[in-house]
Design a protein around this ligand. Structure first.
Ligand SMILES: Nc1nc2c(c(=O)[nH]1)N[C@H]1C(S)=C(S)[C@@H](COP(=O)(O)O)O[C@H]1N2
Ligand SMILES: [Mo]
Length: 258
């Protein structure tokens, strides 16, 4: 992003070098195995070098109120299409709960009120979608690390999986449900928050109400909206396509560093 290190430029260079044009677009996909393999190679390089160059705790750039985008696009699901979500929305998410389970000593079931009572962080950051658009917004929420500490991780915990309320693709087996995952390094990064407010107001439905992830050093598709459940795991191999996320299962990189 601001650090002058562009993963996408490296990737574009690599792909053009072998005569494949740059893939863009959350909805424009290729299933080509060859391209997938190259993407995964590049991803390892990116994650390693980004963390080497920037360090694990480097902050994404933060902006000021005057930088806020007048319009912040909504992308992907903008209203989960289920009776359950409709019912929760109607009741102002009064009976919505965030489940926290998996490799934790104390599984949690947190209401919005409970989350709001925890220490909050507010940050103004730039969201970069792989489709090629960006927007600056202000987010307020609870640092994910704080919630994980309440749940107390068990030995073997390596990744945090985010299960969402929406199905982006209707499938027979539920594999079209949106999910994402990050490792503990990003989970405990100070700017990784579970956001319930955007631009000073409760998170709008189009942007993931009642709760969404902000993981500021990665691209837009990692920022899971409509959170229902957080699961701590040692591996995500057994989940759906086994690549750790809805778009990852469809060919995108798991580590989407900016
Ligand atoms: N649950 C869920 N989370 C999601 C998506 C989605 O379709 N469903 N789309 C992703 C993509 S590709 C982007 S760019 C951002 C868009 O967030 P916004 O709608 O607040 O702009 O959400 C991400 N998180
Ligand atoms: Mo995106």
């Amino acid at each position: 992003m601001s650090q002058g290190f562009s993963r996408r430029r490296v990737l574009a260079g690599l792909l053009s070098g072998i005569g494949i044009s740059m893939l863009t677009g959350c909805d424009r996909m290729t299933q080509s195995a060859g391209v997938g393999a190259i993407l995964r190679q590049t991803e390892k390089l990116t994650m390693g070098s980004q963390r080497l160059i920037l360090g694990p705790h480097t902050l994404a750039r933060e902006y000021s109120a005057s930088d806020l985008s007048p319009v912040f696009r909504a992308n992907g699901t903008q209203l989960p299409d289920s009776d359950e979500y409709a019912r929760m929305l109607e009741q102002g998410f009064a009976d919505w709960r965030l489940q926290v389970d998996g490799l934790v000593h104390h599984p949690l079931s947190l209401s919005l009120e409970a989350l709001r009572r925890l220490p909050a962080r507010t940050q103004i950051t730039r969201h970069d979608c792989v489709e090629g658009w960006s927007a600056i917004g202000q987010w307020q929420g609870v640092p994910l690390g704080r919630v994980l500490d309440l749940a107390r991780l068990k030995p073997g915990a390596r990744f945090v999986v985010f299960h969402c309320a929406d199905e982006l693709e209707v499938t027979f087996d539920g594999s079209g449900r949106y999910y994402e995952s990050i490792d503990l390094m990003d989970a405990y990064h100070p700017q990784t928050i579970l956001a319930y407010e955007m631009n000073g107001k409760p998170l709008p439905v189009a942007h993931g109400a009642p709760l969404r992830l902000r993981v500021e050093r990665q691209l837009g598709y990692k920022h899971a909206k409509y959170l229902m459940r957080i699961e701590v795991v040692s591996s995500f191999d057994a989940l759906w396509g086994g690549r750790g996320g809805y778009w990852e299962d469809r060919g995108y990189e798991w580590y989407a560093g900016i």
